[in-house]
Design a protein around this ligand. Sequence first.
Ligand SMILES: Nc1ncnc2c1ncn2[C@@H]1O[C@H](COP(=O)(O)OP(=O)(O)O)[C@@H](O)[C@H]1O
Ligand SMILES: [Mg+2]
Length: 238
Amino acid sequence: MGELIVPALSGITLTIEQGQFIAVLGPSGSGKTTLLNIIGGIDRSTTGKISFDKNGEKADLTSLNEKNLTKYRRLNVGFIFQFYNLVASLTAFENVELAAKLTSPSDEARTITKELLEEVGLGDKINKFPAQLSGGEQQRVAIARALAKKPRILLADEPTGNIDSETTGKILKLLQRVNENHRVTIILVTHNVGISTLADRVIYLRDGKIFGTSKYDPAKEKEFWEELTIVPPIDTTG
Ligand SMILES: Nc1ncnc2c1ncn2[C@@H]1O[C@H](COP(=O)(O)OP(=O)(O)O)[C@@H](O)[C@H]1O
Ligand SMILES: [Mg+2]
């Protein structure tokens, strides 16, 4: 920002194993989205190294050119966003099919699309447009779309940030099921503490640094949020 350098992330060292369900937890501005976007090849880091291991083949994301980074993203990474980002002029089926066609021939793409929409519980709504679906349903379509290209990694940035708590529970259970059934690695960003109980591992971010990582642990959780509420001494003399 002008003269001021804001390191969105610094000193991050992290290994995520295939098939894990990771929750990234941290207050607003702690670098969660930046971390996700760097892993997903949407953003690039200025320094450091990010490697992606596929069947023993290692790719260094930091050294890929734009074309190959796009290819990495297209073939390996599925994204789920807070505001669903469905194409409004396409039906649920067409939204998912569009993504399926990125990695599969047309008839196979149609089969995959149908199966996925059934899997997320929308078998009877495949011809609805996004505006005819509830928030939770739209997010289900978005999950099906993210899976349609059979990605290795599913990145979800506050996927339930705009959804009521009951629907949130259902969406999370769906993600858990998807994690198991498709053996896809899930990295889910949230500031909802409850969500992190579902994860294999929680990564706590603060000020662009890893504050800690753990198997979900209520004590750790408490410490993390308690320290956050400490207010620095205020100079009242002026
Ligand atoms: N394009 C940008 N330019 C300047 N600062 C940015 C930019 N994007 C993010 N930041 C800053 O980087 C930090 C991390 O942001 P972000 O990754 O969006 O955090 P979170 O998702 O945890 O809210 C914040 O301090 C934010 O203000
Ligand atoms: Mg964010």
